[in-house]
Design a protein around this ligand. Sequence first.
Ligand code: DQA
Length: 147
Amino acid sequence: TRVLVLNGPNLGRLGRRQPEIYGSLTHAGLREHLVGTGEGLGLDVEVRQTDSEAEMINWLHEAADEQLPVVINPAAWSHYSIAIADAVAQVEAPVVEVHLSNIAAREEFRHHSVISAYVTGTITGLGASGYDYALAHISALMESEET
Ligand code: DQA
């Protein structure tokens, strides 16, 4: 099964960006790690990052058209982008929302995600392993569908 891991704005600077909040792993390191996680789970994982809302919306349309499961960290878009929420709502395969940090424990404006209502579930505050858990969940769902 192909799975898209889609990371939103500023996540390309992982490792350099507020490492005390987001950790020291770079985006390239995260990609390498998640491709390996996918291999262990029998998933073909593609990790992408963009700072462009239009590009993210195109990727979500691709997931909708090709019935691909998605792991998404919408980053700052989580808190205000109805356009991203509308695109996520069109994906029929499972979508897991991941946040590296515990957004509920941070500034008030990060507490709410406009995306969360349209996803299968959300993982926050577990750092990069949140993506691993999301992939494990998708893999389990795919296996239960096969039987
Ligand atoms: C984030 C949390 C968001 O509030 C923030 O804008 C990000 C990253 C996280 O992974 O913790 O860019 O989604």
